[in-house]
Ligand binder design. Structure first.
Ligand SMILES: [Zn+2]
Ligand SMILES: [Zn+2]
Length: 345
């Protein structure tokens, strides 16, 4: 089958690899009908994520179940499914506490041997272990483009917004208008804020943020913290959602909120360690939350919100390309010439 594989730092390639098959009783073989390119794929491309040569890439995908192991109860061949970008068992101590992203059996798609040695979704087929707990059926009438982001960036945007503790009438600052920031802008509105300021430096992304209900702040033209303070009588936002991961963006997210406010960080940190403003956090009684999304807890409610027309995540898709064009897709996304790219095998 065709699959996008990691070759070396800066080099990914569409190659022929063996079609995977079911080995475990809890697995499902999924024929991928749509994949997507994610910001984490660029971390891999640039060598910031350890990965073996030849690993199949891609962790955002939807497809049709082709085969299931004997213990799979929720799915049968022919079912349309969306998968989380990682697997979870549903019954270990941490899954029972509801923290599926801390599952002892967790493995990540499209990240090679060091993250559980799963296949990837930028391919024609992928095997999903722990299928009953890692996938959700796509409701009838919902398109692949509507459903695909439930397994990663949409859930992450919702997770960021939920943990920002937004109350009706609040002012929210979203730092970063990449795909996750745009999803956070969309999801924050479910909590009833009066205004959402969205900070970025790329005009096209800020325009999309505005179309989704955000108020754009171009950080290459104005100081974002001063701008947010200027719009809030010098106080600052009630909460911020950090969606970049650069430590400078985290600083912006912290400085943008008022005393007693909440910072919710979902961007992948650009450094292992850095300065943290302990005194400011203490003086201003701030709440700081960080973490990567507990996807499995959100897939079902998000699919229901999409089905009800309350959120339209497919609005951020800027490019529809073929799997064969994946190398060019990575180049476009890396150059920020694309907001979000989906790939059809
Ligand atoms: Zn991702
Ligand atoms: Zn578990």
């Amino acid at each position: 089958m065709k699959a996008l594989t990691f070759q070396a730092e800066g080099v990914v390639k569409v190659t022929d690899v063996p079609k995977p098959g079911i080995k475990g009783a809890g697995e499902a073989l999924v024929k991928v009908t749509l994949g997507a390119v994610c910001g984490s794929d660029l971390h891999i491309l640039h060598g910031h994520t350890p990965i073996n040569q030849g690993a199949v890439l891609g962790h955002e995908f939807v497809g049709v179940v082709e085969d299931v192991g004997a213990e799979v109860k929720r799915f049968k061949p022919g079912d349309r499914v969306v998968s989380s970008f990682f697997t979870s068992c549903g019954h270990c101590a941490l899954c029972r506490k509801g923290w599926f992203n801390q599952c002892v059996d967790k493995a990540t798609f499209g990240h090679g041997e060091y993250f559980g040695d799963l296949g990837g979704g930028q391919a024609e087929y992928v095997v999903v272990p722990l299928a009953d707990h890692s996938m959700e059926p796509i409701p009838a009438g919902m398109t692949d483009e509507q459903a695909i982001f439930v397994g990663d960036i949409l859930a992450t945007g919702f997770f960021g917004a939920e943990r920002a503790e937004i109350r009706p009438g609040d002012v929210v600052a979203v730092v970063g208008a990449g795909p996750v920031g745009l999803m956070a802008t969309m999801c924050a509105q479910l909590f009833g804020p009066a205004r959402i300021y969205v900070v970025d430096m790329v005009d096209s992304r800020l325009e999309t943020a505005q179309e989704l209900g955000g108020i754009p702040i171009n950080a290459s033209l104005v100081h974002p913290v001063e701008a947010i303070q200027g719009h809030t009588g010098g106080i600052g936002a009630d909460s911020s959602i950090e969606c970049v991961g650069l430590l400078s963006a985290v600083d912006t997210a912290i400085q943008s909120v008022r005393g007693g406010g909440t910072i919710s960080m979902v961007g992948v940190p650009s450094a292992v360690i850095g300065d943290f403003p302990y005194l400011t956090m203490w003086m201003k009684s701030l709440t700081f939350r960080a973490g990567w999304c507990n996807v499995q807890a959100y897939m079902r409610p998000l699919l229901d919100l999409i089905a009800a027309g309350r959120i339209k995540p497919d609005a951020i898709i800027s490019h529809r390309m073929r799997l064969e064009e994946a190398e060019e897709a990575y180049r476009l996304f890396d150059a920020r010439e694309a907001t979000k790219i989906v790939l059809k095998p």
